[in-house]
Write a protein that binds this ligand. Sequence first.
Ligand SMILES: [Zn+2]
Length: 451
Amino acid sequence: MGDERVEAMEIDGQQRQEVAAAVPDGFNADYLRIYYGKLFPYGDFFKWLSYGNDAKHPGCDQSYIGRRELSFTLENDIYLRFQSFDSAAELETSIKEKCPFKIDIGPVYSVDPAKRHAYAQSGNNVFVPVERELIFDIDISDYDDVRYCCSGADTCLDCWPLMTIVIKILDTSLRGDFGFNHILWVYSGRRGVHCWVCDSRARKLSNEQRSAIADYFRVYKGGENSLKKVPLTGPVLHPFLARSYTDVLKCFFEDKLLHSQQLFASEERCQKILELIPDENVASELHDKWQGNRRSSISKEDVNATRWEQLKTTLQSGKYKTQGLRRCVEEIVFSYTYPRLDMEVSKHMNHLLKAPFCIHPKTGRVCVPIDPNNCEDFDPTAVPTLSQLLGELNAAGMHIDSENDWERTSLEKHIRFFRTSFLQPMLKACKEELETAYSAKLQQSKNTLSW
Ligand SMILES: [Zn+2]
């Protein structure tokens, strides 16, 4: 690339920034109204939740989408549950009118949730959830004991790799071990990620089956008082855990977190790791060694790597015979890296979860999808904000064709990704399933008739 073009790009980038700065940072009803008026992808959103039932095919369940609960949180925390919609237009009108600060998605019920009282009065107590995506909710504030750069709802590029690990581990296993194909990962807008498993097989899981899947992923048993958070028992690791360790956890721990979190950089941090070692003699040998090299010439950059190598060598030397010492290296890595799921969210069908393409009120960032195949590249600090998008809209000027305003903003690549990588392949599968089920039904009724 010639110097001239670089310079032109820089000017262009600078100009775009200046225009974006014309809309002050923030989150408010006025901003949100423009977002819902011009940018929110109603069509794609509705198509997703319809799962092919909005088509003309005679096998479609026309009542399907109308039995899905959406819930809106309005300004001043007014909470509207059990909203339901029969068409994309109805959904769009309602969102534009109510301007929800947050939209949550609930399950598909046996009957239209908005009419649940009428059904209750008729004496038919049939209002129960019947379908729901298998969901996972991961919150980085659950990692506060293993990250030193941020705490609570804050996150930065030093601790975000903990979320990258979650996506890599769960996505691989949900596809490889469970055979799911239609998985949507979404940035929660501030402190974590959401996962929506949308295969029809996943949507039809019972609460018991959901619990079983959530338990499959449960290794971390945290708690302030339990010293050893990850007891890896048995002679060999479960294949899923072994694979997670060698393919993801070990590299992230050694190449990233060890340094970015400075895991061995202070007496206190070292002590925390030593507490995970079940043999006091080993722990004190290491402790003495580290006291020694604190005074030696090891530079600050090297201290984490050096101490980690010393720990591994000591534990794996075979010098100490305490049971479980070899496994201890793995346990430490698991303690510091393995995904920590909010189990309750995954176990019950009727849990609400924030919808993709909402805006997070605190950060102003859009809850955009994350590509699991390139999740290392996802940068939460680069996700478009509400004010940035409005600035881009301003810069692009008003157009008569307001249908595709998003194409002129940095929301474009996110909507395109949602469409091409998630929505289209999923709808194709829905259509095939629908046709198969329909022809089976026809065949069955034919058989019944001829019998
Ligand atoms: Zn951080």
